[in-house]
Ligand binder design. Structure first.
Ligand SMILES: NC(=O)c1ccc[n+]([C@@H]2O[C@H](COP(=O)([O-])OP(=O)(O)OC[C@H]3O[C@@H](n4cnc5c(N)ncnc54)[C@H](OP(=O)(O)O)[C@@H]3O)[C@@H](O)[C@H]2O)c1
Length: 276
């Protein structure tokens, strides 16, 4: 087995994920094996070839975060090939479009972003090395400040379990399908409850890992700010304030250096408060 650090980014064939892999390779390429992962072999290989042309050499593995078997196959590969993972960045997200209704998109969106985060926490946690980083790319929307106060108890990260958050996100999905989400108190924009659920799950993971201080895991959620990608472009007329994926990766990867307490959501090197 190699003594090199193992770093993994999900959904890294394009967008911010590709920028993160590029930045990790440039910063740690000699001392680390950096996995570019994708749900599509073809799109993944295309991204690998793009980085190869830049003189960078990522490892590649398929990884579909909606598929427990795909995650299990990846975990098996890591266990057989390396000791474990030192840096895991959950970046993958389902893309949504203003051209389709919320009801048409909500199931894939929540299954990928929320249940996918839960799957990764459960399946990847056992292979995180001591001192490893587990980072979820979320958004500044992922704070209770953006949610009606009456819904806050659903996301009480001191008492709720990961299964509770999954149940809440399933209920939210059904409310959207029934067009009752806004009457129930949820905001119109489905990214807000989803990112709150994602950050809540990672906070609960951090809380659970307090039982294992000897592992010294570093668990954070990060908002990259507005990034110019195929996912964000359809939503904004003016992208002049957006960073490139390469530029946005700098502040995201800064969390690998921080001593900010576990569970916090961080944007541009500062904590975004969870409570109003
Ligand atoms: N862009 C922004 O302004 C912005 C702002 C705040 C937060 N973020 C967050 O940053 C992250 C990256 O966003 P982005 O703009 O780079 O999005 P993007 O360009 O749409 O890239 C998303 C990546 O996730 C992959 N993916 C989708 N479903 C997957 C699945 N089931 N399993 C594995 N991978 C899957 C996509 O693969 P395919 O190519 O196969 O679809 C793609 O590689 C997301 O978590 C997003 O919420 C972005």
């Amino acid at each position: 087995m190699s003594s090199k650090k193992v770093m993994v980014v999900t959904g890294s064939n394009t967008g911010l994920g590709l920028g993160l892999v590029r930045a990790l390779l440039k910063a740690h390429g000699d001392d680390a094996i950096v996995y570019l992962t994708a749900r599509s072999q073809e799109r993944g290989q295309q991204a690998v070839e793009q980085l190869n042309k830049e003189g960078l050499s990522p490892a590649f593995h398929l990884l579909d975060i909606t598929d427990e078997d795909s995650i299990a196959t990846f975990v098996d590969h890591i266990q057989e090939t390396h000791d474990g993972i030192d840096v895991f960045i959950g970046n993958a997200a389902a893309r949504i479009s203003p051209d389709y209704s919320k009801a048409e998109q909500i199931e894939a969106f929540i299954n990928t972003n929320n249940h996918g985060t839960h799957r990764l926490i459960q399946q990847v946690e056992p292979i995180l090395n001591d001192d490893a980083h587990f980072i979820v790319v979320a958004s500044s929307f992922g704070s209770l400040r953006n949610l009606d106060e009456k819904l806050h108890p659903l996301f009480d990260v001191e008492t709720k379990s990961l299964d509770d958050i999954d149940a809440t996100m399933r209920d939210y999905t059904q409310l959207v399908l029934d067009q009752k989400d806004v009457d129930y108190g949820y905001p119109e924009w489905m990214n807000i409850p989803s990112k709150i659920g994602q950050v809540a799950s990672n906070k609960i993971f951090a809380r659970e890992m307090q039982q294992h201080p000897e592992r010294n895991l570093h668990i954070h959620s990060v908002c990259p700010g507005l990034v110019d990608t195929d996912a964000s472009r359809p939503w904004f007329d003016d992208m002049s304030n957006a960073q490139s994926p390469d530029a946005a990766s700098v502040d995201v990867l800064w969390v690998l250096e921080t001593s900010i307490p576990n569970g916090e959501l961080i944007q541009h090197r500062k904590v975004i408060e969870w409570q109003p």
